[in-house]
Ligand binder design. Structure first.
Ligand SMILES: [Zn+2]
Length: 350
């Protein structure tokens, strides 16, 4: 009863479900100024300005060529042509909407209010404009906005897709790591978002491989018999076994009875069976999100404390501080294992 959805996808065009029009050539849009456009706020209503940037929704931004030439090699070249340098009050029609150019110009202008972080819906048109007009500053600003944890939490897949298309490896890696929260490791694939249409299938495959490798690394760490290990140290007379303090704090009391059996998975550690239960539960959580934080939550730790309290001797010896410390070290081990997994990043061609 399960059927494969089959759609004949056309080649990617920037018009796909997203208001990015086709590439424009600014040179072909030089024309005389007209005055029936939507008014804008200062400083982009300056009557002395020598250039109008007219957006696709009919807003005229009055700006100075000098600033545009400094910000964009494309604008510099545009006004290097003899005809461009002689035009006063000339107009460049651009393909983007006014909110995109409002952000770009407020970034470039030394006066007026600085722009607040762009809306995630504008990341794509901003990155496209940054590429089209060769504005590295705009590209960097969008990259930093995309890497804010709150954005990654909700828009990790979109950030990953755009980072792959526009060559932002740092953002791609941060987004790949953050993708587990909105899209759990064992969860169903996410719904299609418009930005996925611009991402190469190889980029999506690399993300899938990375997510799988992170889950494997985290669970392998949790299942390793070496997880709780002692060291042999020379005390001046002989070698003695030394257990780190985060483990000794949870090792058995000499009086633990039959209701408090020893760990099955870590027989020599002196830990009790309730630690095995905790590790088993943590492995299930790590399959959903391979991150140390999931093994150190109150929900993860609470049952250890409850189980330890069943044994009179453990309840006398083991406090919540010791359990939290134990969980935190365990979480660090998980994070260290996952950090060894690297996302392969490539700028895919068309
Ligand atoms: Zn006990």
């Amino acid at each position: 009863m399960v059927t494969l959805e089959f759609i004949l996808d056309g080649p990617y065009t920037s018009a796909c479900l997203h208001p990015i029009p086709h590439t424009i050539s600014p040179y072909s849009h030089m024309m005389e100024s007209c005055s029936d456009s939507t008014p804008v706020s200062p400083p982009f209503n300056d009557p002395d300005a020598d250039l109008i940037i007219r957006t696709s929704d009919g807003v005229d931004f009055r700006v100075y060529k000098l600033i545009m030439k400094q910000a964009s090699p494309v604008f510099r070249e545009m006004f290097t042509f003899p005809r461009g340098s002689q035009l006063n009050n000339s107009v460049v029609e651009v393909a983007e909407r006014s909110r995109v150019w409002d952000y770009i110009l407020r970034m470039l202008y030394p006066v007026g209010r600085a722009p607040s972080a762009p809306d995630p819906a504008d990341y794509w048109p901003l990155l496209e404009a940054a590429k089209k007009y060769d504005m590295a500053g705009v590209r960097e600003a969008v990259k930093h906005a995309m890497m804010v944890p709150a954005v990654l939490k909700t828009d990790a897949l979109m950030t990953y897709a755009l980072a792959c298309v526009y060559g932002l490896p740092d953002a791609a890696r941060a987004a790949a790591k953050a993708s587990f929260q909105p899209w759990p490791g064992d969860g169903r694939p996410p719904l299609c978002i418009p930005e996925m249409q611009c991402m190469a299938v190889m980029a999506y495959h690399r993300l899938s491989r990375y997510r799988w490798a992170c889950v494997e690394a985290a669970t392998a760490c949790a299942e390793s018999s070496d997880l709780f290990r002692s060291e042999t140290r020379w005390n001046g007379k002989s070698n003695v076994i030394h257990w780190p303090e985060w483990i000794t704090a949870l090792q058995k009391s000499t009086k633990c009875g039959a209701r408090c059996p020893p760990s099955r998975a870590h027989k020599d550690s002196g830990l009790r069976a309730y630690i095995d239960d905790y590790i088993d539960r943590s492995i299930k959580s790590l399959r959903v999100e391979p991150s140390g934080q999931v093994v150190a939550t109150t929900d993860a730790i609470g049952p250890i404390l409850k189980a330890a309290n069943v044994c009179f001797d453990c309840s006398q010896k083991i406090g919540s501080d010791a359990i939290v410390r134990f969980a935190n070290v365990y979480a660090q081990r998980i994070d260290a294992a996952v950090a060894m997994v690297t996302l392969e990043f490539r700028l895919d061609g068309p």
